[in-house]
Every structure is written in C-alpha cells, then in structure tokens.
Design a protein around this ligand. Structure first.
Ligand code: ADP
Ligand code: MG
Length: 357
C-alpha cells in the first residue's frame, strides 16, 4: 500500500508547460480524484506518477521513496485507461494473469489469484472468453481485474468509465468505489466529470491550466470553493461581484447586487482576507423561488422568471433581477412557475460562500 506525494512537479513539452509547480499528497488507501477540464494536465500528472513520463522538475514519492529514476515496471502500479487495452488474442484469464506471469508467480498461485480477481469484478465465469466477445463494461472490469491482481501499491485510473454509456457508467462508479474500498488500494482516478468525482472520491484535486486550484473532500470543494473556477466547474453557481465591508468574528459582511448587505459565516469565507473586492457564490439549488417573500431571517429579492427548463424531479429557472440573470434549480413540490411569473428569490447566508474579488 502506498501514499503518493508530488513535490513541485513541472512538466514541459518543448516550450509549453503542461503542469506547473504542482504539489499534492495522496494519502495511503484514499480514493483521490484529479478533476478538471480537458487539457488541464490530469493525464500528464498521472503518467508521471506511473513512470510513463519524466517530470521536467520536482520529485515523485511513492511509499516514502523517491521514484523519479525507478522505471515503470518496478513501481508496482496498476493502470487502467479509457480504452481498455486488453490483449485481443489472449483469453480473459490470460489477460488477467499477464502481470503475474511477468513476475514469475507460480502457476497454481496465478490460477488462484486470477479466480479471485474475476470474482471481485463479478465476472467469475468469463475466464475462457476472448475480449471481443465481451461488452464494453465487461472489458473495463477485466482491465480492472488485470490491474488489481498484482496487488499494486497504487491504482491509477485515467477516465476508465468515460467510454461507457450513461446508465452503465453510474453502475460502474458504485462498483469501482466498492472494489476500491474492499481492497483498500490507494487510488488516483482521473476524470473531467464533476458528478463522478463528487460521488466516488475521498479527496478531490481540482486542476485548471496545469495548476492545482483546490484540494479537499467532495463536500469541502463543493460547499467552500477556493476560487471562482472551482465554484463554476463544480455545479451551477451564481457569482455576484461585490465588496467585503468588514471581516469579523461572526463572518464577512458583503455588499452585493440584488441582495444588498449579507453576512456570510466565517466558515464559508475562509479564503477572504479582509475588506475589498469580493464575490458571493450562490449555488443554483440554494436559490429558492417563492410566491411571496419569506418570513424571518432569510434574504429575499424580487425577480421575473425568464426561462423554465423542466428536468423531471427538478426545474432549472433563469430569472432576471434588474440587469442580472440568475440561475435557480428547485425541486418541484407543486407546479413549476411559468415564464413571466413574478417570484421572490430567497437564500440563507450560510448557504453562500464568499471569495476574494
Ligand atoms: P487532460 O488529461 O487534463 O485532458 P493532458 O495532461 O492530456 O490533459 O494535457 C495537458 C496539456 O499538455 C494539453 O494542452 C496537451 O495538449 C499537452 N500535451 C500533452 N501531452 C503532450 C505531448 N506529448 N506533447 C505536447 N503537448 C502535450
Ligand atoms: Mg486526459
């Protein structure tokens, strides 16, 4: 089992910098996800951990040992990529056995471990088939079995679910997470899909443009984004440009368009140092539309519904308040508001987050 640490890693391709001074700690046994848009450097980072690419600068530590000069086959890693890359002319059992043969494990031991790995991915009866006779989901499970059968220190997964169709993808993410939890292997998972990252991870590393934007548990990065990028990339957000008037024990007092003065609790403003430009982040699902203004402490402002996007159990509205358009995703308790309806947007300050402007 192994923790992974990256210390000030840089990767340049010619003059282009794909990964800039990146550090991260991946705790032993954790399911850590590198999340970010296409091209932000996730695969490059994973390939450096794997030993498929050399970092231009910085150190890669696995199990407390610097591995920069350790070749891939000596790092004891399990790898799974988007396109399963099974050997087409080998049976499923031979595919899974590959890493064990390579390590000169005894035949009887190989048979036992292949059987175990196929049971773990719930395909115990497919050992004699060839990959082309399997569905995409089955091939991906075999690729996973092949990666874990060697009992790797670290499992590296690069968008392993993205070639699967939507329903299967959701089933597989639960299954993959369960398998990881059962064997407890340190896992680094790469995805651009925020819901996948939120559902599966112990820790999310949000990346943008070759840099780490934020590291935290799913709820932490979702509820307390460290930057506007994180707020926008994870979920639908309204971001209002305003000012921080004061920052005290009970919170940060912000002056923002539409809602006026609002006091955001300190816990939701950890990145805001003091007075000056500030942004208020309001998640679309925390902006509730009502017929009438709320009683008591909630904040409220009138608005007009512009568009209604019916989504089954919820509705996504775009509403206008003065020259601002805001987005609200509300559960449907009755009938959705129609376009043109006059509504009251309400929100609780503790459901907002504040960022430096
Ligand atoms: P991601 O996996 O997040 O989509 P990558 O790590 O694959 O992103 O790529 C990061 C950036 O590095 C991209 O701009 C990509 O074009 C560039 N890049 C990746 N590999 C190479 C390479 N071998 N040569 C030149 N540029 C590369
Ligand atoms: Mg990639």
């Amino acid at each position: 089992m192994g923790a992974v640490n990256l210390n000030n890693i840089v990767k340049r391709f010619g003059t282009f910098t794909a990964v800039e001074k990146t550090s991260m700690d991946i705790p032993e046994g954790s399911f850590t996800t590198l999340l970010g848009p296409s091209g932000c450097g996730k695969t490059t980072t994973l390939r450096m951990i794997a030993g498929l690419l050399d970092p231009t600068e910085g150190e890669i530590i696995i199990n407390g040992k610097r591995v920069n000069d350790v070749p891939i086959h000596k790092r004891n890693l399990g790898l799974v990529f988007q396109n399963y890359a099974l050997f087409p002319h080998k049976t499923v059992a031979e595919n899974v056995a590959f890493g064990l043969r390579y390590r000169n494990v005894a035949k009887s031991e190989i048979a036992r471990r292949v059987k175990e790995a196929l049971e773990l991915v719930q395909l115990p009866h497919l050992g004699n088939r060839y990959p082309k006779a399997l569905s995409g989901g089955q091939q991906q499970r075999i690729a996973l079995a092949r990666a874990i059968v060697i009992e790797p220190d670290v499992l590296l997964l690069d968008e392993p679910l993205s070639a699967l169709d939507a329903n299967l993808r959701e089933d597989m993410r639960v299954e993959l997470k369960n398998i990881q939890a059962r064997i407890g292997v340190t896992t680094v998972f790469v995805t651009h899909d925020q819901s996948e990252a939120l559902a599966m991870s112990d820790q999310i590393v949000v990346m943008s443009n070759g840099r780490v934007e934020q590291v935290g548990a799913p709820q932490e990065v979702y509820n307390t984004p460290a930057s506007e990028f994180v707020a926008r990339f994870l979920g639908a957000s309204n971001i209002l440009d305003g000012r921080c008037l004061s920052r005290g024990g009970e919170g940060a007092v912000l002056e923002v368009p539409v809602f006026g003065q609002i006091t955001v609790p300190s816990a939701k403003a950890p990145h805001l140092a003091g007075e000056g430009a500030a942004k208020l982040v309001i998640r679309a699902e925390k902006l509730l539309l009502r017929d009438s203004p709320p009683e008591g402490g909630a904040f409220s402002a009138p608005a007009t519904v512009e568009t209604v996007d019916y989504q089954g159990q919820s509705v996504r509205y775009f509403v206008r308040a003065g020259d601002m358009q805001l987005q609200a995703i509300n559960m449907i308790d009755d009938r959705p508001f129609p376009a043109g309806a006059q509504v009251h947007m309400t929100l609780r300050p503790q459901d907002c987050a504040a960022l430096p402007g």
